[in-house]
Design a protein around this ligand. Structure first.
Ligand SMILES: NC(=O)c1ccc[n+]([C@@H]2O[C@H](COP(=O)([O-])OP(=O)(O)OC[C@H]3O[C@@H](n4cnc5c(N)ncnc54)[C@H](O)[C@@H]3O)[C@@H](O)[C@H]2O)c1
Length: 248
């Protein structure tokens, strides 16, 4: 597997904590020039300081103007993007349908789906300057099967991410840009540890045939693979990395 990202310009959204932070660190270790884009300035700056050759950019990815400014800053300093990882998202609470306000509905859809649209559209001119641009979107098992311990707008948003991945892959294939998604199931990030009590955490681990949570670092390895030249003939796919919890 080619995981050499020397001289590659990599943008990871939602990189302040969790999977995004681990992914930014993995690209940094593989030689990439890494931009960490996040709404959380304190955690994002701290995470960027821990990665070699990394810059933090503060941005609310649901705001068109802020996304444009973030991409402009990357253009000014690097002039292109080789890899865009649309990772920002998640959900703060597993609310059921009747407890979901319209504000919450929009918040979750915007953070998980609209952010992918806005960031990808703004980044496209810079991705076109790359020799073989790569886009990797963080989808979810939730978008494939719904399941439990999740929330309706999150399920809808992640199903949307998988569909948008196929639409963008189709549109951009002629330009040599690949677009793929990852669908993890249960990754033990700080957010998940906060959301669930011990018995829920244990029940989730027991529901996974491989018997455990995935680590953020394991997800990062898949992002690097999909961003590598080894994955150059793969596009429009949603890759299930879920410990056997869902087998299509
Ligand atoms: N943890 C899991 O079990 C799991 C499973 C499947 C998919 N995923 C997906 O993987 C991705 C990362 O998950 P995580 O658990 O590391 O999440 P997390 O909550 O730990 O991190 C998400 C990051 O996104 C940032 N973010 C959120 N909204 C933003 C916005 N509007 N603008 C800029 N930044 C924003 C947050 O500040 C945070 O740093 C998410 O898309 C999530 O849905 C996670």
């Amino acid at each position: 597997m080619n995981q050499d990202f020397d001289d590659r310009v990599v943008v990871v959204t939602g990189a302040a904590v969790g999977i995004g932070k681990a992914t930014a660190a993995a690209f940094g270790n593989a030689g990439g020039t890494v931009y960490l884009v996040d709404i959380d300035a304190d955690a994002g700056s701290a995470s960027a300081r821990a990665v070699e050759n990394a810059t933090f950019i503060h941005c609310d990815l649901t705001e068109e103007d802020e996304v444009a400014a973030a991409v402009e800053a990357i253009d000014q300093s690097s002039g292109r993007i080789d890899v865009l990882v649309n990772n920002a998202g998640g959900f703060p609470e597993a609310l059921g349908l009747e407890d979901t306000s319209i504000e919450e509905w929009h918040r979750i859809l915007d953070a998980n789906l609209t952010s992918v649209f806005l960031m990808t559209r703004a980044s496209l001119p810079l991705l076109r300057r790359s020799e073989g641009g790569r886009i990797v979107n963080l989808g979810s098992l939730a978008g494939q099967t719904a399941g439990w311990q999740t929330a309706p707008p999150y399920v809808a948003a992640k199903a949307g991410v998988h569909g948008l991945t196929r639409a963008l892959a189709t549109e951009l294939a002629g330009e040599g840009i690949t677009v793929n998604a990852l669908a993890p199931s249960a990754v033990l990030t700080e957010r998940i540890a906060r959301l669930r009590d011990e018995s829920e955490l244990a029940a989730t681990a027991a529901s996974i045939p491989l018997g455990r949570y995935q680590s953020p670092e394991e997800v990062a390895e898949w992002v690097l693979f999909l961003s590598s030249s080894a994955a150059g003939f793969m596009t429009g796919q949603t890759v299930s990395v879920n410990g056997g919890r869902f087998m299509a």
